[in-house]
Ligand binder design. Structure first.
Ligand SMILES: C[S@@+](CC[C@H](N)C(=O)[O-])C[C@H]1O[C@@H](n2cnc3c(N)ncnc32)[C@H](O)[C@@H]1O
Length: 327
């Protein structure tokens, strides 16, 4: 599949190459198509994937033929499952309306999305630093007009979402208390803004996926004893200064973590295989039994992750994260 790589980014050549990619993709069996996340996302699970995979149910793709990921974010686990298993029904959700808009746009309008992204890429890449800065903040303003409803075009709004994610500081997505996106510009020399090959493959893979803008508990009717459920909620902050839960304007505090643990039990009682990940409070306070108490009737596994504990880069290192498993 390497020979499908789109290297030249001028619009005309890209359009022709894109057609080639499409024709080749049409001939692939769906099983052979590998997909990967199309955005960076705070708390994204790509780096923990190998550990999480060890806990996938053995019957995944056989008796367990449904998958539910109710806090989808960048979807690292979803894309692994879409790449490697035949699953009959998939349900994904998130409360971030614009993020869900991007998933829907990739599913339903991938060609228009790619054209818009190439246009943004071709405008942005040749600019010098000052011009890029102006361009970035202009697009951020437009994106906030999309959030407020002033701009209604979901394809353009979704393209702005991906553009900002690829060019902003650390690929963060963060909004202020009014719900407006406020991440500053990043300093990437040549960010890849349009990965058309991956987007097209994702579009094919999403065709039978139910994509919902909703809180996690609305997945209840989908889940049954043949479902594998993965919950990756906003992390419980390890320190007061490390709080990062502003994926949208509603915060996810301890009360929400408690409600989620009740939902976990409910879903487990339905017979589903359920995995939940979160930060381990014991990294900073060994007497903090918050999750050990909440999930005392389930198996709590601690896995090593490379993460920042606080904003000081020198404090990065390996810390534990928890995986709660019910089987
Ligand atoms: C840790 S991230 C998920 C990261 C994802 N696993 C990945 O690999 O990129 C948590 C996600 O939960 C979403 N979220 C926050 N509150 C929610 C709720 N009540 N219901 C569903 N999703 C929610 C956030 O918007 C965010 O995208």
């Amino acid at each position: 599949m390497n020979n499908l790589t789109v290297e030249n980014k001028t619009p005309i050549i890209n359009y022709q190459k894109k057609k080639l990619v499409k024709n080749k993709l049409d001939t692939y069996k769906e099983k052979e198509i590998k997909v990967k996340p199309f955005i960076k996302w705070a708390g994204g699970k790509s780096s923990l994937l190998e550990d999480i995979k060890k806990f996938y149910p053995k019957e995944l793709g056989k008796r367990i033929n449904k998958y539910c990921e109710a806090f989808i974010g960048g979807g690292a686990v979803l894309f692994d499952i879409l790449s490697n298993y035949d699953i009959e029904e998939i349900y994904i959700s998130d409360t971030n309306k614009q993020l869900i808009g991007v998933y829907n746009t990739i599913k339903n309008n991938v060609d228009s999305l790619i054209n818009t992204l190439f246009k943004l890429e071709n405008e942005y890449i040749p600019l010098n630093t000052d011009e890029r800065k102006k361009y970035f903040y202009k697009k951020r303003e437009e994106y906030n007009e999309y959030i407020s409803g002033k701009i209604e075009d979901i394809i353009y709004g979704s393209a702005l979402f991906i553009f900002l994610n690829r060019t902003c500081f650390n690929g963060l997505y963060r909004v202020n208390s009014k719900g407006f996106y406020n991440v500053p510009m990043g300093s990437y020399k040549k960010p890849q803004i349009c990965d058309s090959e991956n987007l097209k493959k994702i579009s094919l893979k999403l065709k039978n996926v139910k994509i919902v803008c909703a809180s996690y508990h609305e997945s209840i009717d989908f889940i049954d004893e043949n479902t594998f459920v993965y919950f990756d909620p906003p992390y419980r902050p390890l320190t007061e200064t490390a709080s990062f839960t502003s994926y949208d304007k509603e915060d996810f505090g301890d009360e929400e973590q408690i409600k989620l643990s009740e939902y976990y039990k409910k879903v487990s009682d339905k017979g589903a295989v359920v995995i939940l990940s979160n930060s381990d409070p014991k990294n900073t306070n060994e007497n903090d039994n918050f999750f050990d108490d909440l999930y005392s009737e389930f198996n709590i596994n601690r896995i090593k992750a490379k993460r920042r504990i606080n904003s000081n880069a020198s404090k990065r290192g390996y810390i534990n994260e928890i995986l709660v498993i019910n089987k």
